[in-house]
Design a protein around this ligand. Structure first.
Ligand code: C5P
Length: 296
């Protein structure tokens, strides 16, 4: 009779925002080369990973509209881990409590994948460096490598070539997701037709983080996907930004392929007041802060 102790762990999977996002061009493999600075934020899903007998990976999510099988990034990440490491497959139950809005530009699915990889590394391959784990993550999704590392990083290539940066200095990040969705592949197609793009200055953003200069970070927020919005989408995004700026945000921008807008605040009470105003109109409004990288 099998007499095994099954391990279980519960951990947060942090969302991200794009402090910058530049699309450099389309690649022969259909993806786009990107250059962007990403920052983890304290808004998180809660992931419970439990060993079970057999070899099946089961993903359960408290939101019925999100996938539970191989189309879930957490499932793909676990599958990729066993395939890449040669570690004998273990049965896993992965329960996801969703707090990060889906299809919001906040890397919600990728965050779950990154968290699962960190658990599997701890259990089955503790000496594996972050960089190797991040490479495995790239097969599950372009933003997963960043989510494995967390903190702040310059991401290039498809998003998997990472240069860690110091995390944002202490501030408040107000997030607001408008009620429409934006399809990431569709937005990439649209951005292919926009020229010339007003590009972010990634070197200036990296410098601002290194100097811990919040004002310079705010000044350099820029996302080229904002140029690929329809008039109607743009009105909504600009409306949220205006509310944030009038409420004392240092600056505001869309994150990832949207449509979530985030504002950076030096002052919690100003952010709270703007949150209250936005809540009158939007259901998905969150106060968060910068999240630093977990110890590796
Ligand atoms: O890698 P991931 O599955 O997250 O990508 C989702 C979609 O976003 C891809 O199918 C592709 O259309 C687009 N994408 C891209 N270039 C990237 C990342 C994603 O064109 N660097």
């Amino acid at each position: 009779m099998e007499n095994r102790v099954f391990r279980s762990v519960t951990l947060p999977a942090y969302a991200k925002v794009n402090l910058t996002l530049d699309v450099l061009g389309k690649r022969p493999d259909g993806y786009h080369d990107l250059r962007m600075v990403m920052q983890s934020v304290s808004l998180a899903d809660i992931i419970a990973v439990t060993e079970q007998s057999g070899e099946k990976i089961a993903v359960r999510c408290d939101r019925a509209d999100l996938p539970s099988g191989p189309t879930n990034i957490a499932w793909r990440a676990a599958d990729a881990f066993f395939a890449a490491t040669g570690v004998p497959r273990h049965g896993l139950d992965i329960a996801i409590e969703k707090h990060i809005p889906a299809q919001a530009g906040m890397g919600g699915g990728s965050a779950d994948g990154g968290a699962v990889l960190r658990v599997l590394r701890d259990w089955y391959a503790p000496s594996m460096p972050d960089a190797a784990l991040a490479r495995i993550g790239a097969t599950a999704g372009s933003d997963v490598p960043f989510c494995v590392l967390g903190g702040a990083a310059l991401a290039e290539g498809r998003g998997e070539v990472l240069t860690p940066l110091p995390a944002l200095p202490d501030c408040v990040i107000l997030l607001c997701k408008p009620d429409f969705g934006l399809s990431t592949p569709a937005l990439f197609r649209r951005v292919d037709d926009v020229s010339p793009l007003e590009r972010p200055d990634n070197a200036a953003m990296a410098g601002a983080l290194r100097r811990r200069d919040l004002a310079a970070v705010a000044e350099n927020l820029r996302n080229v996907f904002e140029e690929a919005l329809t008039e109607e989408e743009r009105r909504e995004i600009e409306g949220i930004k205006t509310t944030m700026l009038r409420g004392g945000a240092l600056n505001a921008a869309m994150t990832g392929s949207g449509p979530t807008v985030f504002g950076l605040y030096a002052d919690l009470s100003a952010a709270r007041a703007a949150e209250e105003v936005l809540r009158r109109r939007y259901d998905q409004v969150f106060l968060a802060g910068p999240q630093s990288a977990p110890p590796s």
